[in-house]
Each structure stands twice: as structure tokens, then as C-alpha cells.
Design a protein around this ligand. Structure first.
Ligand SMILES: Cc1ncc(COP(=O)(O)O)c(C=O)c1O
Length: 463
């Protein structure tokens, strides 16, 4: 692709005379069923042009679901560039705009309400909820409500082609229901850069003016526009079709995660949680640089709500009775490895020595660089939980957690915290490093508990 891009015919996109960009824009308009399209640098710029086109001035509002990209990541950008704020709310657990939510957001709730909502922004797939799909039927109802309120609709379709592939519908099913839309070439379409704003010709003409105003007009953009989806569209990729068919079912259910769903022999398949794939290597993923272990200043501190807090030097730890545990490992990013043999000290040994108070319900693991992870004491007391320093008979390598890592096989692997330095018992849960960043407190792979939005009310109540 890069060689082809280098050969692309280019011109000055500012003046509309880059032939490669022009072809891409025409093709985008054709595929989305819109009159015209404009090729811009980023999805954010595309959304911001869509918002600015239809929001009529400072102090006005745009309505959106509360985790919509425009209303969260782009909130400040919209305030600065268009002078608007967002009116948000939520309804569906999958995060898409529903008719009920649109009605709530668009209808003035009091006779003296003078807030002006200029635009309804919707999203597909819904990124803030793991890539869920906006059902076409619901969008049709939303459109009707927007029509009744006299408000146009902008679709953030950053990943709309994923939705179209997953449910097997043309994108026009969604785009025909909105006034303007954008999609990203750089997400799921394999192109390195760029997004397209699409809509009626007169609005896209105005979009060009805003694009220039925002400093978005660019020269020789054809080298990037060459990486467009047109070529791919012409060739039928049967392997991809098969993957799409496999993914369709669980895409519709919610999480668009992991690209390939392989089939495994039944005895293996039953050990692979939903949405996971088997890998042979052991990928390295972690927060922060790999710490250097110096035995002299490393220790393990056991603290919090316990009768006997204690600290172990590395020597003391290694002198304790060890066990080996055979367990599978499931990373929330989608990989699974089977039959890992871990060696270390059972967590129960630490519990027996520390004697947690009756109120202690949670365990917070403390690690290098301030990384933490939390789990219920109940989950931690499983037979296979240990603090380990060997894997498959070898000392752990520094990138896999040497000198000590927690191993909690029945939870996603971020709970098996590397470079462990402390275990704190607590009566209240304190969300760990990833848990505050939107990941699940329980994190059970077979229940596919990946994200905090799936937690529901039980997370803090039921340890
Ligand atoms: C739903 C959605 N809209 C818009 C954007 C913005 O795209 P960009 O990163 O190209 O600015 C993103 C980025 O991830 C996104 O997920």
C-alpha cells in the first residue's frame, strides 16, 4: 500500500484539485448515499465540522448519549470551536441513542425552559460501550423524534463499517436516517490517516469553509487518500467473510473485541472464554517501565485490616513452603495461554499468618510504580491463587514480573499484578489502576466481565 501511495496522483486539496482526494470523496459520498463528502485529517475534525455546521451559535446545546465521543473526548473542543455544550443522558445499557432518550433530551421539560438544542449527535458503533451496534430500527425512531423536534441528526460513524459488516447491512441503512455523518478510514478500514464528513452538497460546501477556517485544508493529501477503501471494496475476501460471519453473533451481543474467532477441539474450546483466542507465545503488556530488582531493598508488606501485619524480605519469602499450580491465563486484550505451571507461595499461607479481621472483604495488591489491583478476599482465597516467582520451571523474567507476581488464574490477567510489593486487606473496595480506567472489578473471563459498565449495582456491594 505504501508503494502505491507514493505513486498517487496529487494536487492541492485546499483548492479541490487533488484528483486522488476528489475520487475518494466521490466514492465516500456514493457508499454512504450522501450528496457530497470532504476528506479531513481526523475523526475529531470530522465530528467538529459536523457539529459546527448544524449548531447555530455560542450558548446552544447538542444532545448526545453521555459517553458519546463528541460529548466526552471532544467536549472541550466543541466548546472552543463551536461555543456549544452538550445535554447528555443515558438509556440503553449498550449505550446507543434510544427514542426515549432522544425524547428526553430534545423536549423542553419546563414551560420556562429557554435552552436551545440545535443538533442530536448519535454514534455507531458505540465506542464508549466496547463497540456496540446501534440498531437501525431504533435509529429510525430516533430520527422521527428529531424530525418532530425540528432538530437535525449527526452520526459519528467512526467505526460504522464494523457495524455494517457485523450485521450484514449496507451503511446506508444508518446514513439514510441522518443529516450529516462521518466515518474514519483509519479505524477498521486499514488506511493510515483520515476521515470523511458526508452530507448534502450545500452543507459540505459550508464544511469546506469551516475546514479551511480550522486550518484543516492540506496540500498533496492524495498520498494519504490513496489508502482508501475503494480497492478493498472491489475484491471479495472470502476469509474475511467467514470471520465476519463468526463475529456477527457476538458483535450483536455487545463487545466488538478481538478480530478472529477460531474454532478449537471441544476439550480446548471449553477452556477458552468467550471473545478470547489461543496464543502460543506469552505477550508482554504492562504499565510503566520494567523495574530493576535489588533483593536488598525489596520486601513484601502485608498490611491493613489484619491482626498480624508483617513484612517479608525476599529471602524470608523464598524460605516459605511452596506449591506449584497449573492454570490457564486470560488477558482482557483477548489472548489466552493454557497450562502455565506457576511456583510460589499460596495466598492462603499469607492469610493464615496475617489473620484478616472479620471486616476485611477486599485485598488491594500494591506493585512497582504505584500500580494496584483489587479483588474480593473471597476470590483471592481460591486454592489456585499464589504469589509466584517461577513459571514453567524457570524464574520469571523481569518483563513477566520478577521478582514476584500475584497469580489469580480465574480472573483476567491484569489482576495477576506483576512486581508485587504489598498486599493490603480492606473493608472497602478501592478500585485499582485499570479498574478506575473502566475495567471490571470482578473480571471473570467466562462471564466476560471486561468493562466497568457491565458491573451493575453489585460490584461494590457483593465482594
Ligand atoms: C467514536 C469515535 N468518534 C471519533 C473519534 C475521533 O477520531 P480521531 O482519533 O481520528 O480524531 C474516535 C476515536 O477513537 C472515536 O472512537
Amino acid at each position: 500500500m505504501r508503494r502505491a501511495m507514493a505513486d498517487a496522483e496529487v494536487g492541492d486539496a485546499w483548492y479541490g484539485d487533488d484528483p486522488t482526494v476528489n475520487r475518494l470523496q466521490e466514492r465516500a459520498a456514493e457508499l454512504t448515499g450522501m450528496e457530497a463528502a470532504l476528506y479531513v485529517a481526523t475523526g475529531t475534525m470530522a465530528n467538529q465540522i459536523g457539529v459546527r455546521l448544524q449548531a447555530h451559535g455560542a450558548g446552544h446545546l447538542v444532545a448526545a448519549e453521555e459517553r458519546a465521543h463528541v460529548a466526552t473526548v471532544e467536549m472541550m473542543t466543541s466548546a472552543v470551536l463551536a461555543g456549544i455544550a452538550y445535554r447528555t443522558g443515558t438509556d440503553s445499557p449498550k449505550g446507543y441513542m434510544t427514542a426515549a432518550l432522544a425524547r428526553r433530551l430534545l423536549e423542553p421539560d419546563e414551560a420556562f425552559d429557554v435552552e436551545v438544542v440545535d443538533l442530536l449527535a448519535v454514534e455507531n458503533t458505540v465506542g464508549g460501550y466496547g463497540g456496540t451496534i446501534f440498531p437501525v430500527d431504533e435509529l429510525r425512531k430516533v430520527r422521527q423524534i428529531a424530525n418532530d423536534a425540528g432538530v437535525p441528526v449527526h452520526l459519528d460513524g467512526a467505526r460504522i463499517w464494523n457495524a455494517a459488516a457485523a450485521v450484514g447491512l449496507p451503511v446506508t441503512e444508518w446514513t439514510s436516517q441522518v443529516d450529516t455523518m462521518m466515518f474514519c478510514l483509519s479505524k477498521g478500514l486499514g488506511a493510515p490517516i483520515g476521515s470523511l464528513v458526508c452530507g448534502p452538497a450545500d452543507l459540505i460546501r459550508e464544511a469546506r469553509r469551516i475546514w479551511i477556517l480550522y486550518g484543516g485544508a492540506w496540500r498533496q493529501a492524495g498520498i494519504m487518500a490513496y489508502g482508501d477503501p475503494r480497492r478493498r471494496g472491489r475484491r471479495r475476501d472470502r476469509a474475511r467473510d467467514r470471520r465476519v460471519a463468526l463475529r456477527r453473533h457476538w458483535c450483536c451481543e455487545g463487545a466488538v473485541m478481538g478480530l478472529f474467532q477460531k474454532s478449537y477441539p471441544p476439550e480446548i474450546a471449553e477452556r477458552i472464554p468467550p471473545g478470547q483466542r489461543l496464543v502460543k507465545t506469552w505477550p508482554v503488556l504492562h504499565y510503566g517501565p520494567i523495574p530493576t530488582f535489588d533483593g536488598a531493598n525489596w520486601d513484601l508488606e502485608v498490611s491493613g485490616l489484619v491482626e498480624e501485619p508483617f513484612t517479608l524480605s525476599y529471602e524470608e519469602l523464598r524460605a516459605l513452603q511452596t506449591v506449584t499450580v497449573d492454570a490457564d491465563m486470560h488477558c482482557v486484550t483477548g489472548w489466552t495461554t493454557l497450562d502455565n505451571t506457576w511456583e510460589g507461595v499460596p495466598f492462603r499461607t499469607i492469610v493464615e499468618r496475617a489473620k484478616p479481621a472479620a471486616e476485611a472483604k477486599w485485598v488491594i495488591a500494591h506493585c512497582a510504580h504505584g500500580y494496584t489491583s483489587d479483588l474480593s478476599l473471597k476470590a483471592m482465597q481460591d486454592d489456585d491463587v499464589l504469589v509466584a516467582w517461577r513459571n514453567h520451571g524457570q524464574d520469571l523474567t523481569p518483563e513477566h514480573g520478577w521478582p514476584l507476581r500475584l497469580v489469580v488464574p480465574k480472573r483476567y490477567a491484569w489482576k495477576s499484578a506483576k512486581w508485587l510489593t504489598g498486599l493490603e486487606f480492606s473493608d472497602k473496595n478501592r478500585r485499582g489502576f485499570w479498574e478506575v480506567r473502566g475495567y471490571h472489578v470482578h473480571a471473570e473471563p467466562f462471564a466476560e466481565e471486561r468493562y466497568s459498565y457491565q458491573e451493575g449495582p453489585r460490584a461494590d456491594l457483593e465482594p
